[in-house]
Write a protein that binds this ligand. Structure first.
Ligand code: NAD
Length: 421
């Protein structure tokens, strides 16, 4: 195997840029436009003071990177975690631009993050942190500017605090200022399960290509948070055999199929997957190498790398997480014939239903869940077909095809708009 520059392999921005460069070159995008498309519009760094429950003051670092407003307001999640970095947020912000373009919704891309350990913060501390972060970036967000959504370690409650803080400052309630809100605050039916549902929609399309049935398809899901648990739940309901699931601490495996509703209840009550009856224990990382047909990494980035890609046994990879596969791993998977549904297509269900939520909030008129799910399916199936056709036409694998499709769409809007000087 060729030696790999590990630092570079694990930089989310470098991974994005490497794929961007290949796709842009294949499209023949000129150097100037390439520079423009690759560079974020704006990067905001804030230092957030929080008076902790014990009376001490702590300062947390937070970021919001707005990559592009070429196709509409910025859209992107907000994540909390001890290892959040500006590099990662910068890379994920650009990926949001490409993701919105792949599913052809009128948004640009952004991403936010705060370096903190949410497991060690009380609800009161999390609320103060979220509200002060919102106040610090207030001039740069809003329904026409940049609309945050949940991501790792943030949820509906986090979005409610952001919406309330924003609304207090502008002196009226602005439900469209965030998406992924609680239903009672203008959230959309179907948003909570949208990313997981999207993973199932693209998995179904991949099965169709291989003439496979759900009932004969064994699935492993890494990550049991919003995306992973909803993907597992919906795929189990639809007839797939979920044989393995893991969170950050541990995993469980049963080659006869796990009872996912029971596992969800077990995890809710015990706050762990460990010791779930009728399953073998398996490590959170080792689970990626177990025998299965469809692998859904739905936890975090850089889990499939040059070191383990050769041991992935799945034939279909559905990337629920953002950037779970590094570029050197892409090459290994491609050589081994793994059909990869890349993140910017596979997990675009979340941002698509966020778009529906934003539309509903702005209209003040809410859709039934069946309509949300139907429209999501329509958009994601069309995007899947667009990407696969693009790949066949240009003789590239799905990830580069998805990037090419996205870059083509964003570049067209930039050409039409011109450069304001
Ligand atoms: P979450 O915080 O709800 O859940 C994350 C899950 O992953 C948890 O079960 C956690 O224990 C597990 N995990 C974290 N690190 C792990 C590791 N190293 N090994 C195994 N498990 C690990 O987050 P989420 O919202 O479900 O997001 C998961 C991924 O999906 C992220 O990459 C996120 O950017 C991406 N994503 C989320 C959405 C969304 O709508 N929430 C949309 C698109 C993409």
């Amino acid at each position: 195997m060729t030696p790999v520059d590990t630092d570079k392999e694990f930089s989310v921005f470098d991974s994005m840029a490497a794929r961007f460069d290949v796709a842009a070159q294949k499209l023949g995008v000129n150097d100037g436009l390439c520079k423009y498309l690759r560079t974020p519009n704006r990067e905001i760094i804030v230092h957030i003071p929080v008076l902790m429950d014990n009376g001490r003051m702590e300062i947390f670092d937070g970021f919001r990177v707005q990559h592009s407003i070429a196709r509409g307001p910025c859209k992107g999640g907000l994540r909390y975690g001890p290892n959040v970095t500006l590099d990662e947020i910068r890379g994920l912000a650009a990926e949001m631009t490409w993701k919105c373009a792949v599913v052809n919704i009128p948004f640009g891309g952004a991403k936010g993050g705060i370096i903190c350990d949410p497991e060690r913060l009380s609800q009161a501390e999390l609320e103060k942190l979220t509200r002060r972060y919102t106040a610090e970036i207030l001039d740069y967000i809003g329904p026409e500017r940049d609309v945050p959504a949940p991501d790792m370690n943030t949820n509906e409650q986090t979005m409610a605090w952001i919406m309330d803080t924003y609304s207090m400052h502008v002196r009226h309630t602005v439900t469209a200022s965030v998406t992924g809100k609680p239903l009672d605050l203008g959230g959309s039916l179907g948003r909570h399960s949208a990313t997981g549902r999207g993973c199932m929609i693209v998995a179904d399309q991949a099965l169709k290509r291989f003439g496979r049935e759900r009932q004969r398809t064994r699935v492993i899901v890494q990550g049991f948070g919003n995306v992973g648990s909803e993907a597992a739940r919906l795929m189990h309901e639809a007839g797939y055999k979920i044989i393995g699931v893991a969170d950050i601490h541990s995993g469980v495996l049963n080659t006869n199929g796990l009872d996912v509703p029971e596992l969800l209840e077990y995890a809710r009550v015990n706050k762990t997957l460990e010791d779930f009856p009728e399953a073998e224990p398996v490590g959170s990382q080792e689970i990626l190498e177990q025998d299965c047909d469809v692998l859904v990494p739905a936890a975090t980035e850089n889990v499939i790398t040059s070191r383990n890609a050769g041991r992935v046994k799945a034939r279909i990879l559905v990337e629920g997480a953002n950037s779970p596969t590094t570029p050197p791993a892409d090459a290994i998977l491609f050589d081994r014939g793994v059909f990869v549904v890349p993140d910017i297509l596979a997990n675009a269900g979340g941002v698509t239903v966020s778009y529906f939520e934003w539309v509903q909030d702005r209209q003040g008129y809410f859709w039934p869940e069946g309509m949300v799910n139907e429209r999501l399916k329509h958009i994601q199936v069309a995007a899947f077909n667009d990407v696969v056709r693009y790949g066949e036409k240009h003789n590239v694998h799905n990830r580069i095809a998805a990037y090419m499709l996205a870059i083509d769409r964003v570049a067209l809007t930039l050409k039409l708009r011109g450069i304001y000087a």
